[in-house]
Design a protein around this ligand. Structure first.
Ligand SMILES: [Fe+2]
Length: 273
């Protein structure tokens, strides 16, 4: 089976290095390898030895044991299991050659459904809404990057839903007035209570949506990695640690890219934490 994680060893060390404003030269020197070797590792063309994994982990403030498990493809999160009164449908579509996830969060009691992000393919989402005969109730955006929000106007026109996005996030093209949310705000989707949680760092106003035992985390955290820390590495690490990894271990995380995971799995296996 192909290794399914969104990020490989090379992505992880590249994100950690850039996030901490370290050059390839500085990092390579600290880890006792050449700059050319580090560049090849970040490009996936050179596999590190076990010793190199631990040295790089130390140079980049990552957890060496967890990083080694990913470098040697020893860990993948357990697959999604059923939840009692809600259903999560993953809609994965390629954007620029790379898969992006949008989700449906369905209240089983009422069939009311939140659409989380657009994966830039609103027609795939509309097909799923039709096929399942559910009631679109809201569009929730984890962040404004085009691979997660392109096609929003079509989705708004077809569903008539209000769209919610964090107050601090740049705003994507929209057909209707966007409704701004902040940390701690509560929305309802049928009988489900959805809480807004701050997870900035990848973007200025990136946020996650928590509903009972599931959380939609956008590009804040991936299984075994984090999203690119474009705005602030420190904010990304701290907000995920404080607002996501503080949730119960059983909470299942649905990221904007790659497979779903759980809080417990990430605490045990994510080298950034
Ligand atoms: Fe993003």
């Amino acid at each position: 089976m192909a290794y399914t994680l969104e990020d490989e060893f090379g992505d992880i060390i590249g994100k950690a290095r850039r996030g901490q404003n370290l050059s390839q030269g500085e990092t390579a020197a600290a880890a006792g390898i050449t700059e050319a070797e580090l560049a090849r590792m970040e490009q996936y063309t050179l596999k590190p030895t076990e010793t190199q994994v631990f040295r790089l982990a130390e140079a980049l403030n990552l957890n060496g044991d967890k990083l080694l498990d990913i470098a040697t493809e020893q860990w993948e999160p357990e697959p999604q299991t059923d939840e009692a009164n809600l259903e999560v449908v993953t809609i994965s579509a390629p954007v620029g050659g790379w898969p992006v996830n949008a989700y449906l969060l369905i209240c089983k009691a009422t069939n009311d459904t939140a659409i989380i992000d657009t994966a830039a393919h609103p027609e795939l989402i509309l097909e799923q809404l039709d096929a399942r005969n559910v009631n679109p109730a809201a569009i929730l955006l984890t962040h404004a990057h085009g691979d997660h929000t392109n096609g929003l106007p079509k989705l708004q026109t077809e569903t008539g839903c209000h769209t919610y996005i964090h107050k601090n996030e740049p705003k994507p093209q929209s057909k209707s007035t966007l409704r701004e949310v902040v940390h701690g705000d509560v929305l309802s989707v049928g009988e489900l209570i959805v809480t807004v949680v701050n997870t900035p760092g990848h973007t200025t106003g990136g946020c996650s949506f928590l509903a009972q035992n599931v959380a939609f985390v956008g590009d804040a955290i991936f299984a075994g990695s984090v999203g690119g820390p474009n705005i602030s590495y420190q904010d990304e690490i701290e907000s995920v640690r404080d607002n996501i990894l503080s949730l119960p271990d059983t909470v299942r995380l649905f990221p904007g890219h790659g497979p779903s995971t759980t809080v417990g799995e990430e605490k045990r296996h994510n080298p950034f934490f």
